[in-house]
Design a protein around this ligand. Structure first.
Ligand SMILES: Cc1cc2nc3c(=O)[nH]c(=O)nc-3n(C[C@H](O)[C@H](O)[C@H](O)COP(=O)(O)OP(=O)(O)OC[C@H]3O[C@@H](n4cnc5c(N)ncnc54)[C@H](O)[C@@H]3O)c2cc1C
Length: 282
C-alpha cells in the first residue's frame, strides 16, 4: 500500500503514538523511520509515567512492537524528499509513497557544521532545489557522503557544472560518477561578509556556494525544501498541529517546546486526532 491515509515520518514516540491513534480512528497510517532518533540515545528513562526505569532503546522497541501488533506497517527507510506538485509524493531510498496527509515526527536533530551557520544565506544553503539556481555559474561545494547528499547532488548537477564534494573526513558511501571528491576533514569556513573558502586540514578551497547535505534529511531540511515556516529551527504548527502547508502536520521534538518523551507522545495523540478530523472532512 503506497497510498496511505497518513505517512508518518519518524518512528520515535511521537510518530508511533500518532500511528496507534490513527489506526484506532479507523485509518491506515504507514510509519517510516531511518533509526532510533533521540530515544535510542537515552540511556535510562526514569521520569515516564508508570515505568520506574527503562532504557530508551527498550522503550523504542516496545513502541514499535505495539504498533506492529495492531497491524500498522512500520518501514525502515530514509526519506530524502517530499514533493507537493500533484498531491504529496514522499521519496525514500527504497520506497515512494503518495499519502493523503503527512505527519513530520522527525525529532530535533539538524545536521550542520557549526562554523557554516555564520554564512547561512551568504553562500551556505541547506536546499539544492530552493537555492541551486542562484549559484549557476559559480564554484560550488556540497558536503555529505551518503544517499541524501547524492539526491541533492543530482539536483545541483542540472544547474551547476563546477561542483566539488567534501565528505568532511568520512568515507564516501555512494557512487558520484566523475564529480571531484575531497575527503579531508573540514576545519572552518571563511569569507568577508560571504562565503569564500572552505579550509580543510590540508588546504584552503575557494568556493562561492556550499550546500550542506550531511547524514540524512533532517526535519529542518525537509521543511526548508517544502517552504514550511520555521522558528528557531523548529517547525511551526497551528493549534491543529498543521504546518503552513495544508495536509502536512508535525509533532514531537521537531516542533520545539519540552523535548521529552511525554510531550512527544501527547503531540502524537493530539496530532492524530486532528489528522483524523481533517481526513474525514476531505
Ligand atoms: C541522551 C538523551 C537522553 C534523554 N533522556 C530523556 C529522559 O530521561 N526522559 C525523557 O522524557 N526524554 C528524554 N530524552 C528526550 C526524548 O528522547 C525525546 O524528547 C523524544 O525521543 C522525542 O520524540 P520524537 O518522536 O519527537 O523524536 P525522536 O525520538 O528523535 O524520533 C525521530 C524519528 O524521526 C526519524 N527521522 C528523522 N529524519 C528522518 C528521515 N529523513 N527519514 C526517515 N526517518 C527520519 C528518526 O529515524 C526517528 O525514528 C532524551 C534524549 C537524549 C538524546
Amino acid at each position: 500500500m503506497n497510498k496511505p491515509d497518513c505517512l508518518i515520518i519518524g518512528f520515535g514516540p511521537c510518530g508511533i503514538e500518532a500511528a496507534i491513534y490513527l489506526k484506532r480512528y479507523g485509518f491506515n497510517p504507514i510509519v517510516v523511520g531511518k533509526d532510533g532518533g533521540a530515544l535510542e540515545k537515552a540511556h535510562q528513562i526514569e521520569n515516564y509515567y508508570g515505568i520506574e526505569s527503562i532504557t530508551g532503546k527498550e522503550l523504542l522497541e516496545k513502541g514499535i512492537e505495539q504498533a506492529k501488533h495492531l497491524g500498522i506497517e512500520v518501514v525502515n527507510d530514509e526519506v530524502l524528499a517530499i514533493e507537493t506538485d500533484e498531491g504529496f509524493k514522499v521519496i525514500g531510498v527504497h520506497h515512494i509513497w503518495q499519502p493523503k496527509t503527512i505527519l513530520l515526527a522527525v525529532g530535533a536533530s539538524r545536521a550542520s557544521l557549526s562554523s557554516a551557520s555564520a554564512y547561512e544565506g551568504k553562500g551556505v544553503s541547506y536546499c539544492a532545489i530552493c537555492d541551486g539556481f542562484f549559484y549557476r555559474k559559480k564554484k560550488v561545494a556540497i558536503i555529505g557522503n551518503g544517499a541524501y547528499m547524492l539526491h541533492e547532488l543530482e539536483i545541483l548537477k542540472q544547474m551547476i557544472s563546477d561542483l566539488v564534494i567534501f565528505t568532511d573526513g568520512k568515507p564516501l558511501m555512494v557512487d558520484v560518477g566523475d564529480t571531484k571528491v575531497i575527503k579531508d576533514k573540514i576545519l572552518r569556513f571563511e569569507g568577508e561578509g560571504k562565503l569564500q573558502n572552505i579550509v580543510t586540514e590540508k588546504e584552503s578551497y575557494p568556493v562561492e556556494g556550499c550546500f550542506i547535505a550531511i547524514g540524512s534529511a533532517s526535519g529542518f531540511t525537509l521543511a526548508k525544501h517544502l517552504g514550511i515556516a520555521m522558528k528557531e529551527n523548529s517547525i511551526m504548527v497551528n493549534e491543529q498541529y498543521m504546518t503552513n502547508i495544508t495536509g502536512i502536520f508535525a509533532g514531537g521534538d521537531c516542533i520545539g517546546g519540552l523535548l521529552q518523551v511525554s510531550k512527544a507522545i501527547a503531540d502524537g495523540a493530539l496530532a492524530a486526532t486532528e489528522i483524523s478530523k481533517y481526513l474525514k472532512k476531505s
